[in-house]
Ligand binder design. Structure first.
Ligand SMILES: *Cc1c(COP(=O)(O)O)cnc(C)c1O
Length: 419
C-alpha cells in the first residue's frame, strides 16, 4: 500500500489521487468511504492503565477529550500534512485561530517578531495584540530579503509572511527569507492561504511552519471555517528556549507542534469541530481542479481588465506588469484566484460594482462563486488611511476572488458594468 509520504511532493498525485483516498489509509469504519463525523466529546478506556497512558502520552493514537482533537479532525490533519509534505498538522476553528495560536504559544515577552508589512488585515490587527503582550514587532517590506535582514536583532525569534499578500498581491521574497531564517536560526512562519499547497509548498523554501486558512482555498465552498498549522520538519526546536520543559521530550522535531496543540488547543480552546472538519475534508478533494480553473480564469480576466481604458491598475502576480512577476512564476504553479484592480475614476467605483451581476458583493475569499469588495471602506477601514498607504492599498482598490464561473461570462459582465 502506498502512503503519501513515499511520494515526492512535486508529484501531482499527492494533490489528487492520494487526497481522495486519504481517509482509507486509516482503515474504513463500517465500510464508510468518508471519515465519519465523530461527535463524542469523551473518549473512554476499558483499562485504567490506558486512561493514564492517554494522559501521559504513552498510549499512541489515543483521544481523551475532543477539545484536543477527534478522529475526524485527525484525519483532516493527516490530509493537510500530506498536501504540505510536512511532518504534522494541528487544526483550529479558523485561520485566525491557527495564526493566533502559533504566535501566542511560541513567542514570549521580550522576543522580537519580524512581520511582512503586506498581510491580511486581521493578522495585522493580531500583531497589535502580540505587541501588547510585550513582544516587539517590526513590519517590513518582505518583498526584499534585505529589509528583513536589516530588522534582525539578538531577540528576534520569528519571521511571519504571506505568499501572495491578501489583498494587494505582493509576493514576499520567500526563498531569500527562508535561507536567511535558516542561517540565523529563526522560526519562519508562512501563511499559504492564497496559494495553498496546490500552487506552492512553503517547505520548499525552508518554512518552519505553514499556515492555511482552510476556510478559503482548501475547503473552497464558503460553507466551513477552519485553519491549520503544519510543521515542515525543518526547524530545530531544541534551538527555541520558549518550548516548555514538559514538551521537550522525544524527537525535537515534534516539540513545536506539541506546544501549539497543548497550549493553543487545550489551553486556548479554538478547536475545529468534527462537522466542519468533514466539510473541509470533502471540499479539499477538488482543491487541485478548482485552483487550476480559477487561476486560469483570474489570469484571463486580469489581462482583459488591464487593457480596459477605464482601469488604471491590475494587481495579479502572473501579469508581466506585476512587480514580483518573475519571482511569482518561479515559485508558484499558477497565479491564484485573487487579484485587485483600480479605476481611473475612483468616484465611479460604487456604480461599477452595483452594475455587476455575477460577482457577489461580499467579504471572504476562495468560494466557488466570484466575490468582490472595495477594500479601503470595508475590510481595511479600521486600519486607517496611514496603515493602508503603508500596505500599498489604494483608496480605490477593488479585490476580486475568482470563482468557477466561465471566463467569458465574467468578462461580459465586467464589460457591461464598465461601459
Ligand atoms: C482569511 C485569511 C486568514 C484568516 O482565515 P479565517 O479562516 O477567516 O480566520 C488568514 N490569512 C489570510 C491570508 C486570509 O486571507
Amino acid at each position: 500500500m502506498y502512503t503519501a509520504a513515499m511520494r515526492k511532493p512535486s508529484e501531482s498525485r499527492v494533490l489528487t489521487t492520494d487526497n481522495v483516498h486519504a481517509d482509507r489509509r486509516f482503515g474504513v469504519e463500517h465500510g464508510g468511504v468518508h471519515k465519519p463525523i465523530h461527535t463524542s466529546v469523551q473518549y473512554s478506556f476499558d483499562r485504567t492503565e490506558d486512561l493514564i497512558g492517554a494522559f501521559q502520552g504513552t498510549l499512541q493514537g489515543a483521544y481523551q477529550y475532543a477539545r484536543q482533537g477527534t478522529p475526524t479532525t485527525a484525519a483532516l490533519e493527516a490530509k493537510i500534512t500530506a498536501l504540505e509534505a510536512g511532518i504534522g498538522t494541528v487544526c483550529f476553528a479558523t485561520g485566525m485561530g491557527s495564526i493566533a495560536a502559533s504566535l501566542l504559544t511560541l513567542l514570549r515577552a521580550g522576543d522580537h517578531l519580524i512581520a511582512s508589512r503586506y498581510i491580511f488585515g486581521n493578522s495585522n490587527s493580531l500583531l497589535g495584540t502580540v505587541e501588547g503582550l510585550g513582544v516587539a514587532v517590526d513590519k517590513v517590506d518582505a518583498c526584499s530579503v534585505a529589509a528583513v535582514a536589516a530588522a534582525i536583532r539578538p531577540e528576534t525569534r520569528m519571521v511571519f509572511v504571506e505568499t501572495i499578500a491578501n489583498p494587494r498581491t505582493q509576493v514576499a521574497d520567500l526563498a531569500g527569507i527562508g535561507a536567511l531564517c535558516r542561517e540565523r536560526g529563526l522560526i519562519f512562519v508562512v501563511d499559504n492561504t492564497i496559494t495553498s499547497p496546490a500552487l506552492f509548498r512553503p517547505g520548499t523554501v525552508g518554512a518552519s511552519l505553514v499556515i492555511n486558512s482552510l476556510t478559503k482555498t482548501i475547503a473552497g465552498h464558503g460553507n466551513a471555517l477552519g485553519g491549520a498549522v503544519t510543521d515542515t520538519g525543518q526547524y530545530d526546536w531544541s534551538l527555541c528556549p520558549n518550548i516548555f520543559p514538559a514538551y521537550r521530550k522525544g524527537d525535537p522535531r515534534g516539540w513545536g507542534l506539541t506546544q501549539i496543540r497543548k497550549k493553543g488547543l487545550r489551553d486556548m480552546g479554538g478547536t475545529l469541530s468534527a462537522d466542519q472538519a468533514h466539510r473541509i475534508s470533502v471540499g479539499s478533494e477538488t482543491l487541485s481542479l478548482r485552483v487550476k480553473q480559477t487561476s486560469a480564469t483570474a489570469l484571463g480576466l486580469a489581462r482583459w481588465l488591464e487593457r480596459h481604458p477605464k482601469i488604471c491598475a491590475v494587481h495579479y502576480p502572473f501579469l508581466e506588469s506585476h512587480a514580483e512577476h518573475e519571482r511569482a512564476t518561479q515559485l508558484f504553479a499558477a497565479g491564484s484566484w485573487l487579484f485587485g484592480f483600480e479605476l481611473h475614476d475612483p468616484s465611479s467605483m460604487i456604480a461599477v460594482l452595483n452594475r455587476l451581476t455575477l460577482p457577489i458583493k461580499a467579504t471572504g475569499l476562495g468560494d466557488t462563486r466570484t466575490l468582490i469588495i472595495p477594500v479601503a471602506p470595508t475590510i481595511f477601514w479600521e486600519a486607517g488611511a496611514e496603515a493602508r498607504a503603508a500596505m500599498g492599498i489604494a483608496e480605490g482598490l477593488v479585490r476580486v476572488s475568482v470563482g468557477l464561473e466561465d471566463e467569458a461570462d465574467l468578462i461580459a459582465d465586467f464589460e457591461q458594468a464598465l461601459a
